[in-house]
Design a protein around this ligand. Structure first.
Ligand code: PLP
Length: 383
C-alpha cells in the first residue's frame, strides 16, 4: 500500500520492541553483542559495523527517500567523505559553483590531494555540463536549492544527460528534505543529507546520511563505512529517529513562514534583492515548481548598499532570530555567509556566484510568521 509522506515520516523503519513492547526504538548504547557460539549471533557483532538503533534509523531514512538502502554517519561531511572514497586518483567530479562551504573545503583541501579532480560549474547551464563531462568524469555532485544563493538545478535533466556512462549523479538534498523533493525518483543515483539540519530538526545533533538503490554500490559504501568508521552513534540515531517523525509538519510550517517572510522582504524599501525559488522572478522557479512540492524556509537577501557594515548591524539587531551558523531547526536563525559559513571560500570565488559582502541568509523556524516579520521590521528600522 502506497503511504503518504506524513504516515511514512511517523512510521518509517520502526516497529515496537519485540522483547518489551516499547513503542520507541531503544538507544542501544552498546559496543558489542554476545555470541551464543562462535558466529552464532542475532545479526549484530560490533557497533561500528552495525548497531540496532542506527539500523532502525538507516531503514527509516531509506524509506523516507524512497530508497532501498540508507547509511548513517557522524556528520554530513563524513557521509560525503565516505562516498567520495569510492573514487580513485584521476577520477573527476563535476559540481556546482555555489556549493556549501564545507563541501567545497572537503573537495578542494582534502580530496584534491588524493588526485581527484573537481570542476565547479554552473549546473543550471546544461551546455556547460555537457562540455565539462569527459572520460574521467565519475560523479556529478548536485546541491539544489544551493546554499546560500538558492540556485535550482534540474536533477532529471542532468540524470538523463550523464547517468549510466559510469557517472553517478549525487544530490545533496539537505535544503529540500524528502518532504519537498525526491531526487532518486528524478533519476539520481545517491542522495546525501546533513541530518544535522531538517531531518534532526532541533539543532541538537550532528549527523549525515546516504540513500541509494544500487546493491553493489551499497555494499561498497557499507564496506567503507565499516573500514573508515565515521558512523552515527546510538544516541544521535535516536534523536534523528525522533526528529523525522514530525518532519512533514515542520516542513509545512517552514514553507508557510518562507512565503510570508518573502512577501514582507520583497515589498520592503530597504531590501535590494531576495533569493527564494518560490518567487516567479527566480530563474529556477519553473524547474523548482516541477521537481519540488514546495519551496522551503531558506531565504537569502541583500539590503540596499550591499556591504558588510549594514549586514552586520542588521544581523545583530534582530531579537527572535538567533545569529548562528547552521539551519533547519525549529528556531529561526540568521547568518552572514561572507563572514560565517562561506568564510573559507576565497572572496573572488564567492562573489562570482553572488555571495556578496552584504548577503544575509535566513533559516526560518516554526515560530509565528507575524513575530518573525515584526522582528525583521524592527531591525530594518534600526539601520
Ligand atoms: C550542513 C551542510 C552540510 C554538512 O553537514 P554537517 O552535518 O555539518 O557535516 C552539507 N551540505 C549542506 C547543504 C549543509 O547545509
Amino acid at each position: 500500500m502506497a503511504k503518504g509522506k506524513g504516515t511514512r515520516a511517523v512510521h518509517a523503519g520502526v516497529k515496537p520492541c519485540e522483547a518489551t513492547g516499547a513503542i520507541m526504538t531503544p538507544i542501544y548504547q552498546t559496543s558489542t553483542y554476545v555470541q551464543e557460539g562462535v558466529g552464532n549471533h542475532k545479526g549484530y557483532e560490533y557497533s561500528r559495523t552495525l548497531n540496532p538503533t542506527r539500523h532502525a534509523l538507516e531503514n527509516a531514512l531509506a524509506e523516507l527517500e524512497g530508497a532501498k538502502h540508507g547509511l548513517a554517519f557522524g556528520s554530513g561531511l563524513a557521509a560525503m567523505d565516505n562516498l567520495i572514497k569510492i573514487l580513485k586518483p584521476g577520477d573527476e567530479v563535476i559540481s556546482t559553483d555555489d556549493l556549501y562551504g564545507g563541501s567545497y573545503r572537503l573537495f578542494t583541501t582534502v580530496f584534491e590531494n588524493y588526485g581527484i579532480k573537481f570542476n565547479f560549474i554552473d549546473l543550471s547551464d546544461m551546455d556547460a555540463l555537457k562540455s565539462a563531462v569527459n572520460q574521467n568524469t565519475r560523479m556529478v555532485w548536485i546541491e539544489t536549492p544551493t546554499n546560500p544563493m538558492m540556485k535550482i538545478t534540474d536533477i532529471k535533466a542532468i540524470s538523463e544527460a550523464v547517468s549510466g556512462n559510469d557517472v553517478l549523479v549525487c544530490v545533496d538534498n539537505t535544503f529540500a528534505t524528502p518532504m519537498l523533493q525526491l531526487p532518486l525518483a528524478q533519476g539520481a543515483d545517491v542522495v546525501m543529507h546533513s541530518a544535522t539540519k531538517y531531518l534532526g530538526g532541533h539543532s541538537d545533533v550532528v549527523m549525515g546520511c546516504l540513500m541509494l538503490n544500487d546493491d553493489d554500490l551499497d555494499l561498497k559504501l557499507r564496506t567503507l563505512q565499516n573500514s573508515c568508521g565515521a558512523i552515527a552513534g546510538p544516541m544521535d540515531s535516536f534523536l534523528v529517529l525522533r526528529g523525522i517523525k514530525t518532519l512533514h509538519l515542520r516542513m509545512q510550517r517552514h514553507c508557510e513562514n518562507g512565503k510570508a517572510v518573502v512577501e514582507f522582504l520583497n515589498s520592503h524599501p530597504k531590501v535590494e534583492r531576495v533569493y527564494w525559488p518560490g518567487l516567479e522572478s527566480h530563474p529556477g522557479h519553473d524547474v523548482a515548481k516541477r521537481q519540488m512540492s514546495d519551496f522551503g524556509g531558506m531565504i537569502s537577501f541583500t539590503i540596499a548598499g550591499d556591504n558588510i557594515e549594514t549586514a552586520h548591524k542588521f544581523v545583530e539587531a534582530v531579537e527572535i532570530f538567533t545569529l548562528a551558523e547552521s539551519l533547519g531547526g525549529v528556531e529561526s536563525l540568521i547568518g552572514h555567509p561572507a563572514t560565517m559559513t562561506h568564510a573559507s571560500i576565497p572572496k573572488e570565488v564567492r562573489e562570482k556566484v553572488g555571495v556578496t559582502d552584504g548577503l544575509i541568509r535566513l533559516s526560518l523556524g516554526v515560530e509565528d510568521s507575524e513575530d518573525l516579520i515584526a522582528d525583521l521590521s524592527r531591525a530594518f528600522d534600526k539601520l
